[in-house]
Every structure is written in C-alpha cells, then in structure tokens.
Design a protein around this ligand. Structure first.
Ligand code: FE
Ligand code: FE
Ligand code: ZN
Length: 294
C-alpha cells in the first residue's frame, strides 16, 4: 500500500489531534511534525486527552502509528566538538524529545546528523555516535539519520558517512536512516538512476535501515549542496523521477513524507498527494490551491 503524507503542524491547542486532522484533510496515511518550534527549546506539556483522541481518529482513518514520525529540532547539533556546553545541551534536549515521542506513542524520530563547524568529518562522526549511544541508553525511540545536501559543514551527505556513524552505534535496533530526495540530489546522487542509489544502499547493508523517505523536488542542480526544496514535479528532479522513488518496490513499506514549500499561504500537500496517487502531473498547482483554500 502507498504510504504517503506530509509535514504537518503541531499546535498548542490541538497538539497531535490537530496534526491528525490536518493530515486527513490532505488525504494522507502518514505524517511528520515537530513537537515544538524547531529553533527553540520551548515545549508545552502534552495533553493526554488530546493524544488519546488523536489515536482514536488515526485508527478510524487507518493511519498506522508506525507511519508517523517526529522531526528533531535543528538546534540540536551532536557534531559540534568545539563547544562542550552545546554538545551536552544537544544530548539532553534530544533525550527530552525522545521522551515526548514515547509519551505520544511515536516510535521514530528523524535527526540531522549535524554540522562539524570546522572540526572535521571524522571528529564529527565519533561525536555524533557517542552522543547517540548516550541518548539510546535512556530512551526507546528509534532515530533515523537524514541524508543531507552537504550545505556548509553538514555531515551525512554520503552513505559512507551515515554508515560510519551507524557502525559505531551499540544498539543497532535503535538506529536507521531517512532518505531525502532533494538532499540526495543536491548532495550529488543522481535520482535519474534511482536503482543505482538502491544498489549503493544495499552494498552498505543500509537498505533495510531506511525508515522514512522525504519527498521533495529541488530548486538546484544535482551536486549544488544548496538544500532548497521545490514543489512536486516543479524542480530539477522532476515528476517521473519522484514517482519512481515513491513507487519503488524496495521502499514500499516505508512512509513517504512531503516537505515541499507552501505556495503563498497555502499548503500544497492535498494536490501533490493527488498527483502522486493518480501518477498525473498537475501543471495548475497554484491556481488549484487558490481556488480550494482562497
Ligand atoms: Fe530534515
Ligand atoms: Fe528532509
Ligand atoms: Zn532540506
């Protein structure tokens, strides 16, 4: 079965229930969200009643909790070996976020491996793995390392870097990866030949580790290391290539999550998901959104 959804909000008032309602409005059966603002540490207490109602609504709409993922806030940087305070803060905050996942019944969290801020990739890989081993000693959440575009000093722009981190993790059951099509392309991987990418994963024994795929087109050419997402079929990766990723047999059981940009004040997901389900490109995305939401 096609597992498709998008990034959704997580509001103060409605929390997980709001995220489920938003996902349903797009025709999704999977979704991803931040449990609070990604750039700060303000976290409101979870409301158990809202979580309970969200679970009930998910059941009624055949949304499996295994296809729901949280994205860790991007203020976390386990690769920073320069600033011990920041590193320790990252570990503590990541543990907190994992506990929030546990309270929400969510098993998977996507994490950017981090930026080495000039200290080198090798140091970063060690530091990320050590940090994760600490986190895993006190949480049950599975962490999916996201493949990155290689912007600035980002670590995790190649499967080899991701593999080196995973090799150093003690509890292998708690570690996985999240592919991001925009990041793969910007990082220099050729989505035109996705079979080759699958082979590269297999060679490193990483294919079975894929727990989520972020589906984004890219505003820039492959290898640009820019990380700017484009709407589905509107970028340099293109409609057919993205459809090919989504319907790849080897990734059938993995949730696919859109992180494409809003157009003006409107989320594109309902219409992008329609394109994905029908496998037909919609050249009038903006007009359709204005008509539907306007
Ligand atoms: Fe991400
Ligand atoms: Fe992503
Ligand atoms: Zn990105």
């Amino acid at each position: 079965m096609l597992l498709i959804g998008s990034h959704v909000g997580f509001s103060k008032e409605k929390q997980l229930l709001g995220s489920v309602l938003e996902s349903i409005s797009y025709g999704s059966n999977a979704f991803m969200f931040y449990t609070g603002a990604p750039q700060n540490t303000v976290r409101l207490p979870l409301n158990d009643l809202l979580t309970y109602e969200a679970m009930k609504l998910m059941k009624e709409n055949s949304i499996d909790i295994n296809n729901v993922v949280v994205h860790a806030p991007y203020i976390i940087n386990l690769a920073n070996t320069k600033d011990l305070d920041k590193y320790n803060f990252s570990i503590d905050f990541l543990v907190n976020e994992c506990k929030r996942c546990e309270d929400l019944g969510i098993k998977k969290m996507v994490l950017h491996p981090g930026s080495h801020v000039g200290c080198g990739v090798d140091n970063a890989i060690n530091s990320i793995a050590n940090g994760l081993n600490k986190v895993f000693s006190c949480t049950k959440t599975t962490i999916l390392l996201e493949t990155m575009a290689g912007k600035g000093t980002e670590v995790g722009k190649t499967f080899d870097e991701i593999k080196e981190i995973i090799d150093r993790i003690e509890n292998k059951d708690q570690i996985g990866i999240c592919l991001d099509t925009c990041h793969l392309s910007d990082g220099g991987y050729d989505i035109d030949h996705f079979d080759t990418i699958i082979e590269e994963l297999k060679k490193r024994d990483l294919l079975k580790k894929v727990g989520c795929v972020h589906i984004n087109d890219s505003k820039n050419i492959s290898g640009s290391h820019k990380d700017r997402h484009a709407n589905f079929g509107y970028g340099t990766i293109g409609f057919d290539n993205l459809i090919n990723v989504i319907y790849n047999r080897d990734l059938e059981d993995v949730p696919k999550i859109l992180e494409t940009p809003w157009i003006g004040e409107y989320p594109p997901y309902k219409f992008e998901i329609e394109m994905i389900r029908t496998k037909k490109f919609n050249p009038n995305l903006e007009e359709n959104l204005k008509k539907y939401y306007g």
